[in-house]
Design a protein around this ligand. Structure first.
Ligand SMILES: [Zn+2]
Length: 200
């Protein structure tokens, strides 16, 4: 039986299918084997995958470490480099990225701002600067990419928030705006993951 999610009814198919621990650990493109094996995973069986555009969590044993597992959304995104990860790459069409909260100088990672992925203008109270070491040789040379993301990775919930009256008035307009937001989140997350994985 296929359960239709909100995104589905908007013409967007759920992007994530349930992943196994093995798939998650194998998906990291910027982690060493050791880091991938040591990652503290969430309870994968308890996750509502249908409602997710990507999976993100903090490592409860390493407070400044976080992970995102991002599905690849189109050919442009996965065209280059994504299979060249340190751990041997991508399974099931997802890219795993190991993140560190805060900058190298140890500045306060949490702040107010707009998440670069969901771009939600309501939930701006808690975003964090997350930094990813790039995969392959660039990463070994200290090359990193940083981005502001919702601290607790609630982007998928944010983009499904019912639009405010000021944003859209009719049900159709609201549905269209929500679909656009979901698509935007998927694209921006995938672009970031592809950039981390790119070895150029
Ligand atoms: Zn967000």
């Amino acid at each position: 039986m296929v359960i239709r999610s909100a995104a589905d009814s908007l013409g967007l198919v759920p992007l994530m299918t349930p992943l196994t621990e093995k798939q998650v650990r194998a998906s990291f493109v910027n982690a060493s084997k050791r880091e991938a094996n040591q990652a503290t995973l969430p309870d994968l069986a308890a996750i509502n995958w249908d409602g997710l555009d990507y999976l993100g969590w903090r490592d409860r044993k390493a407070p400044l470490v976080a992970y995102v597992i991002v599905p690849r959304v189109d050919d442009d995104v996965d065209a280059d480099g994504v299979t060249d990860g340190v751990t041997g790459g991508v399974t099931g069409g997802v890219t795993g990225v190991l993140l560190r909260a805060g900058d190298a100088k140890g500045g306060r990672p949490r702040r107010k701002g707009v998440c670069a992925w969901c771009e939600d203008v309501v939930a701006t109270a808690d975003v964090s600067l997350y930094v990813a070491r790039r995969g392959g040789a660039p990463g070994r040379n200290g090359n990193t990419i940083g981005t502001l993301i919702c601290t607790d990775f609630r982007c998928s919930r944010n983009v499904r928030r019912v639009p405010l009256l000021a944003e859209a008035t009719t049900p159709e307009a609201k549905a269209e705006l929500t679909a656009r937001r979901i698509e935007g989140l998927r694209e921006r997350a995938a672009r970031f993951a592809a950039e981390v994985a790119s070895t150029r």
